[in-house]
Design a protein around this ligand. Structure first.
Ligand SMILES: *Cc1c(COP(=O)(O)O)cnc(C)c1O
Length: 472
């Protein structure tokens, strides 16, 4: 091979080749979207074993045969779960707005990133605009600030680190630090604490009540016990809502407790934070305006691809200090914290411009689209729960406050947990609907998160029928 031959590079960068290929891929997406919206017999998932998938792709890779992006795009789509199918009601992954397929292309091509101002001039400014808008929605004080990071897990970690450095605790006292959180919280909170070196017995799990929300009446006694044991509680985390069953902690009560003891109050609103856009469901977040920080995932209820999460600090509330306990700057002083150099604030160095998705959604459709999505999906959750309540062979784990519904089949005989495990497997094998499962206080439940706003009564009825068929 000629060392000087760069013809492959030249053709790969060819504008003509790109322009020929691009419409075909977009057409593929458009075709699937149409099919899934018009043909209800399409399966949501055709589950193949990991080994089957691996052999297929290994064989494809090894074949060395010429292929086009269009060909293997078709294959990728065919061998993947279809979130845009109305039968998709599994995990909390967004059914992306089609426009984000286009913004994804733009983001991928531009490759601006937000590390240092010049590398992402537009993105840095857009983040500021989007965050300010959200901060106002959440009722944060003027001057609130934040950024977009790669996911809720990363967001919780970043906020907890900031809570610690802002707590004023000397580094030599870090081993004494403790955090309080509901026993029902997402595992990423505990993991973040552990990454920060917080000892397991300093992660204080406040028990949850019958409704799976934090028993805020126990906050004081848990706190007193911790203080007696020489722990320094620097942060309390509220859930809005929990992942497993969608329980909302009483944020007002937690805020009161946090203010009284001067503890940082962080809200994990990865899933349910979007309810702030709904007049009907905003009440679930009452008290969030008193928190010091919060996160909300754009890639869950706000319809973007992953990973894209807002971290917002209620700057008017407190002195905010990010990664270094010695850092002199405070966030009240907007000019010295250099918001335009995002890497000063995020755990990432290079970071994609995912905010473009959300900026585009806000700009093209306005907040109204979030309201419609939240109202539609939360209403759908209640509709489904109502349907289950009417079945005499099924039961709810609890009445849902969101689009997360946990239920199970109640058999005449046999082990209820085993029967439902079989049902879950059968549903997956069938693939018309994609549902998941969860274990609630030792009991196995089927779990759906209604994420597709186009899902309707037909799918909900269809699922119940499949459950019954599987049980038989
Ligand atoms: C999904 C979720 C997370 C984790 O967010 P990722 O974006 O998946 O990292 C954290 N907390 C809650 C409540 C969640 O639902």
């Amino acid at each position: 091979m000629d060392a000087k031959d760069n013809s492959l590079l030249i053709s790969a960068y060819s504008a003509d080749a790109f322009r020929a290929e691009a419409p075909r891929i977009m057409e593929l997406i458009g075709r699937e979207l149409e099919l899934l919206q018009t043909d209800n017999s399409q399966k949501t998932i055709e589950r193949r074993t990991p080994q089957e998938q691996l052999s297929f792709w290994q064989e494809d890779f090894d074949s060395g045969e010429p292929c086009s992006l269009e060909e293997f795009s078709e294959e990728i789509m065919e061998r993947s779960i279809h979130f845009h199918n109305k039968g998709y009601m599994g995990h909390q992954v967004a059914v992306t707005l089609p426009v984000t397929a286009l913004t994804s292309a733009l983001i991928g091509y531009m490759n601006n990133c937000t590390t240092v101002y010049e590398l992402g001039m537009t993105g840095n400014a857009m983040e500021k605009v989007v965050i300010s808008h959200l901060a106002e929605k959440f009722g944060y004080s003027k001057g609130a600030t934040g950024f977009v990071t790669s996911g809720g897990s990363m967001g919780n970690l970043t906020a907890l680190v900031t809570a610690r450095t802002s707590s004023g605790v000397r580094e030599q006292d870090y081993p004494k630090l403790a955090v309080m959180v509901s026993e029902e919280a997402h595992y990423s909170v505990e993991r973040a604490a552990k990454i920060m070196g917080i000892q397991s017995d300093h992660i204080i799990k406040v028990p949850a009540g019958d409704d799976f929300s934090m028993r805020t009446d126990l906050l004081e006694s848990c706190y007193e016990e911790a203080v007696k044991a020489g722990k320094i509680v620097f942060c309390v985390v509220g859930c809005a809502c929990t992942t497993s069953v969608g329980a909302h902690d009483n944020l007002e009560a937690i805020a009161e407790f946090a203010t009284k003891h001067n503890i940082w109050f962080h809200v994990d609103g990865a899933h349910g934070g979007a309810a702030i856009f709904s007049d009907k469901y905003r009440y679930l977040l009452k008290g969030i305006e008193h928190s010091d920080s919060l996160i909300v995932d754009f890639h869950k209820m706000m319809m973007t691809p992953p990973l894209s999460t807002a971290v917002i600090y209620n700057a008017g509330h407190r002195k905010i200090n990010e990664f270094s306990p010695k850092a002199a700057y405070l966030w009240q002083d907007q000019l010295s914290e250099e918001w335009w150099n995002s890497a000063k604030h995020t755990l990432e160095c290079t970071k994609p411009l995912s905010v473009i998705h959300t900026y585009a959604i806000m700009r093209l459709y306005g907040d109204e689209i979030y309201r419609q999505n939240v109202d539609t999906l939360y209403d759908l959750g209640k509709q489904f729960a109502g349907m289950i309540r009417e079945q005499n062979d099924m039961e709810l784990a609890l009445w849902p406050n969101s689009n997360i519904v946990c239920f199970r089949f109640v058999p005449d005989c046999g082990d209820i947990n085993e029967v439902n495990k079989v049902i879950a497997e059968e549903l997956l094998k069938d693939g018309t609907y994609y549902t998941v499962s969860t274990v609630i206080r030792g009991q196995f439940f089927l779990r759906v998160t209604l994420m597709n706003p186009l899902t309707g009564t037909e799918e909900l009825t269809g699922l119940l029928q499949k459950v019954r068929e599987a049980a038989a």
